[in-house]
Design a protein around this ligand. Sequence first.
Ligand code: SME
Length: 149
Amino acid sequence: MKSIELLQSAQALLEIQPNTTSILANASAFLMESLEQLNWVGFYLFDGKNLTVGPFQGKVACSSIAIGKGVCGEAALTQKTLVVDNVLSYQNHIACDSNSKSEVVIPIFIKGRLFGVLDVDSPVFSRFDQDIVHFLEEFTKLLVKTIDI
Ligand code: SME
């Protein structure tokens, strides 16, 4: 399916979810189902101090990440999407699933405040090219609109 069609399907799915937990849970399932070569998709949510694991698909993950630590914490701190083509050679990477080879993290802001991050991992090096990163950023915008009703 093309990105535009995926985004339309995502919108239809997300806008009927009753609450934020349902949105995030089905959002992670949707991405895992729709995109190839992924081993972990999920959210870390900002609790006012740290990033705490939220709804996800994949293996058991670390439950709390400090701002600035790991790829997730770094993306939250810099407020920018962070793509790591080879997590094995990236010093500030926290290894949760040893299958992960590349990773993208997109910070999520709602009404100007850090809400959390979307973390997507792949068992393949350099999985996240410009197209998929753009798609995930658009997906995240949709998510924010849906949560921010
Ligand atoms: N690798 C992440 C930690 C989370 S797991 O990938 C699910 C990081 O470095 O922030």
